[in-house]
Design a protein around this ligand. Structure first.
Ligand code: PMP
Length: 418
């Protein structure tokens, strides 16, 4: 068995962190133990989150901000507690700056719509070549509606953004810069604070897509310095159908709401309406109250283990996985070579086995990975491959998960070499 280069993390490599709190990880696939390597698609949920979900439906199950009764009051308190917990966790200056959404995608659509009235034809939005479709398509839709130009920070061959191009790309007409914190394909951790700082100096709004960093890298809204930060709960050990848009309340005031309906209004006439205060202005309809009631249990776990310890563990797993994959030979591994420069995932291309075939064979080994373009088609075109295989890690990932991955790849190569 191999040892990681980072001796301080060898212990957690063998056991994972708090692995026994994730009941699903004890299941099997056929007769094999499950090796879950798809946390970047969605993380598994700790028992405390599952219990909180059930608790909500068993004991409260009421709509929020409606009804003067005990159930409605408890549901509203649980929902608002989530907002306060998220604000405290990510260092938001004010819980009134936290919009509760259905996920990172909803948050980005809200933004791309909400900023529309501030933009004029010919204005520019700067993105990067490594964006997830969620941080690309909403801006394309906006650009089409409003006659805007999209520009892109290129990705260098080493998987880093080419920030030398920034002075020329941040032009007179640039109004918004939106970029991913940690790439869901390359793993690259982008210097978002630097980009936000350079943009702010020119009065440009910045958006940071923290979908892959929340729960995995230490995340501090004030330190990032962006105007808007978005993420989903389900990749940070919380439930699906819940996400956040974090901003200063004054920044939210500048956005137009995307969805109209109940809860987001102050006064409604037959012909027109006025909006509620932020952030409720952006929360039309019945939200996922159960998910919001349960997410604080995930934050509790992250805070109990400590964001730096989770980061150290995931970096050690990544270093170990990079070593093992390199030793296999013949693979193209994407993203920065240094595990300190990347989040907890590795994407690769094996010329001997197509990613779809590889993931099918890995499944027979109990190893769950993701094969495809990972909602980043332009990036895959830039890399020159139709698809990659991605193994992604969480606080619970152990060395034997990586060992099973490597054994599975060896097996797949034998099958396809015949
Ligand atoms: N951005 C990135 C970088 C992602 O990895 C994802 C999810 N794969 C998203 C945005 C969208 O998240 P969701 O599907 O939870 O809305």
């Amino acid at each position: 068995m191999r040892q990681s280069g980072r001796s301080t993390d060898v212990d957690s490599l063998a056991t994972g962190l708090a692995r026994d709190r994730f009941p699903l990880l004890a299941r099997t696939i056929g007769d094999r133990p499950l090796h879950y390597l798809d946390t970047a698609a969605t993380s598994q949920k700790p028992e405390a989150v599952l219990a909180a979900l059930a608790h909500f439906y068993r004991h409260q199950n009421a709509n929020v901000h409606r009804g003067l009764n005990t159930l409605a009051e408890e549901a509203t308190e649980a929902y608002e507690r989530c907002r306060r917990r998220v604000a405290g966790w990510v260092g938001a200056p004010d819980a009134a700056g936290v919009v509760i959404t259905r996920g990172a995608t909803s948050s980005l659509n809200l933004l791309a719509h909400g900023l529309e009235h501030l933009l004029l034809p010919g204005d520019e939005i700067l993105l990067t070549e490594m964006e997830h479709h969620a941080n690309l398509v909403p801006w394309q839709m906006l650009a089409r509606r409003r006659g805007l130009q999209l520009r892109f920070i290129p990705v260098r061959d080493d998987g880093e953004l080419d920030l030398d191009r920034l002075p020329e790309l941040l032009g007179e007409r640039t109004r918004v810069v939106s970029l991913v914190h940690a790439s869901n394909v390359l793993g690259t951790v982008n210097p978002v604070a630097e980009v936000a700082d350079r943009s702010r100096q020119r009065g440009i709004l910045t958006v940071v897509d923290a979908a892959q960093s929340a729960g995995h890298l230490p995340l501090d809204f004030a330190a990032v310095g962006a105007d808007f930060l978005v993420f989903s709960a389900h990749k940070a050990y919380g439930p699906m159908g819940l996400g956040f848009l974090v901003a200063r309340p004054e920044a939210l005031e500048r956005l137009e709401p995307l969805e109209g309906g109940g809860e987001m209004i102050e006064w409604v006439d037959l012909e027109s309406s006025t909006w509620a205060e932020v952030p409720r202005r952006f929360e039309a309809g019945t939200p996922n109250v159960a998910a919001a009631a349960a997410f604080p249990a995930a934050i509790d776990l992250i805070e109990e283990l400590g964001a730096p310890a989770i980061r150290r563990h995931e970096a050690a797993v990544t270093a170990y996985a990079l070593d093992c994959l390199q030793d296999l030979g013949g693979l193209t591994i994407y993203g920065p070579a240094d595990s300190e420069r990347r989040g907890g995932l590795v994407s690769f291309w094996d010329p001997l086995v197509h990613p779809h075939d590889l993931s099918t064979i890995l499944d027979r080994h109990g190893v769950v990975v993701r094969a495809g373009h990972h909602c980043a088609q332009p990036l895959h075109r830039r890399l020159g491959v139709p698809a990659t295989t991605r193994a992604s890690f969480g606080l619970y990932t152990r060395r034997d998960d990586i060992d099973a991955l490597i054994e599975g790849i060896r097996d797949a190569r034998k099958v396809f070499a015949r």
